[in-house]
Write a protein that binds this ligand. Sequence first.
Ligand code: COA
Ligand code: AMP
Length: 634
Amino acid sequence: MTTLYDEAHARSLSDPDGFWGEAAETCFWYKKWDKVLDDSNKPFYRWFTGGETNTCYNALDFHIDKGRGDQAALIYDSPVTDTVKTYTYHQLRDTVARFAGVLADQGVVKGDRVIIYMPMIPEAAIAMLACARLGAIHSVVFGGFAANELATRIDDAKPKVVVSASCGIEVQRVIEYKPLLDGAIDASTHKPEKCVIFQRPMATADMIAGRDVDWIEAMEQATPRDCVPVAATDPLYILYTSGTTGQPKGVVRDNGGHLVALKWTMKNIYDVDAGDVYWAASDVGWVVGHSYIVYGPLLRGCTTILFEGKPVGTPDAGVFWRVIAQHQVKTMFTAPTAFRAIKREDPQAELIQQYDLSHFKVLFLAGERTDPDTLHWAEKNLGVPVIDHWWQTETGWAIAANCMGLHHYPVKEGSPTKAAPGWDVQVVDDACQPVAPGEIGALVVKLPLPPGTLPTLWQNDARYLESYLEEFPGYYKTADAGFIDAEGYIYVMSRTDDIINVAGHRLSTGAMEEVLADHPDVAECAVLGVADQLKGQLPVGFLVLNAGVERDEGEIIKEVIQMVRERIGPVAAFKTATVVKRLPKTRSGKILRGTIQKIADNETYKVPATIDDPTILNEMEVALEGIGYAKARS
Ligand code: COA
Ligand code: AMP
């Protein structure tokens, strides 16, 4: 039987112009495109060239024009401040237009960059949309990153203005953002001209005269601004994500392709309509927050929820059910780790019984593979389909999903189901040859990528080509390994680079190694992601000290942990390290990370034929036992 999904997938690949051209007709354009898919400069593809639009117009004004002005656009639900605040489309548009006035008053014009370093408050989304309104390019930096990471992004994006807040709230702790921002600007070479600061009552920031502007005062003086038409191919935002070094990659998102693709996904993947309540429990600092807290639901005319809290502890493991019930959420999207945290506190799901979840229809999970335990626990206790889907910061939306608006396929454990329309996903070997169904290889996507995906890296075409397009000519390298079964179900098994996934957050072990290697007593080091029941993976560091170092090893470990926290941020969750005499290596000097990882994860492993000295593996086992891994865990 041919399903709607089969038809959509086949047409999206055989007739991309027709497929995406039709999707684009549902959006607002100042000027229609000349070409849907522009392949005149391969392997750089562009979507909707010649078209002019505005993403903020499509997300807000468009719905007011269609009579949805009084519908809730955004509900801010903050258990940490005990606040629920609703913005209708009218109110949100007016606030965004006024904040666009604030940015314009600071000199921001089309094409300027604005860094947004904010906690999960509505002002973060307002700032993003205000940039889009002016055609300025926002770059949101996640609050859990340290000043140093913020400085790196400031130097790369060269923002005219930074928008920030005085503080964020982590469960019960108030985290002051302003000292981090000031530290980042001190450390960066590029100096933003202005910082617009939203003062929160839990911690008021000291302002720097001449540079810092108070959000509330500036709003009182500003005049609302209209949307500025931009080319479909103009950047909407830059989002930095971990690469294999300490230098993050600036993923660029365009306006036209992004808006068309995201609006299309809302119906076809998530099966939501205008007026439905959609909740992505993530953070605006991550791609999920960009696509599915802010842009996707608003482009579709939904009510989106911006949640400032955690799955547990704000105040308890029932908060997700409370939010779903209180706001009549139809579709929710979060990371499996959030469900593992809830399951650990409330294994029998007793708290669910206290809430009426009758409006709730589907749970989507992404960010890491959904483990079978979490899948079944959620299915059993929520009584709705639980849909794993696979995507990346680079792709902006799902590469593979059970497209609920097209056809609901049976769920297979460990699989995000099939390639979404627009995606020609294949598995190849090292020589770029296709492998048989069921065989593991590199997961790649035949070019062109669909609209909404990265056209390049910010001012770095060379790194874009090198990172994604060169290893497998004609294909986009996802850097995930996996297989596709005979029915077309995709299985994503592991990364092929040094990226690890900690609580759904993407981190580079290479970047952590760069920090560790900077410690004066460390001669050599390795950081690996080892399996963790709650967070999926946790980084663990192995340090080889310089000859002659006689300091207390515990002190050195404490120091490197603090260094990672200060330079990368608490989000790295780097809390475990151990000192070893040497690291297992091949005869050519490559660290045998895979083998160390297998020992740590208690998996059976073969002694690699290329190992320099096999006796070292016993030393590694002892070291890992000493920090609670390897045999000690079984
Ligand atoms: N600002 C400042 N600090 C932050 C922060 C922010 N925005 N976000 C996280 N941190 C800090 C935390 O306070 C914590 O610090 P600590 O080491 O002092 O305790 C550290 O960074 C790690 O945070 P987190 O990964 O959130 O761990 P946690 O133990 O506090 O919570 C979970 C664990 C599973 C509840 C939490 O990670 C979670 O909700 N994950 C969902 C992930 C998600 O939404 N991913 C997005 C992709 S869909
Ligand atoms: P990020 O860029 O932070 O979204 O992280 C992207 C990476 O997370 C992917 O390359 C995968 O390694 C992993 N990932 C995301 N979603 C899934 C999923 N559903 N199944 C398996 N891995 C996933």
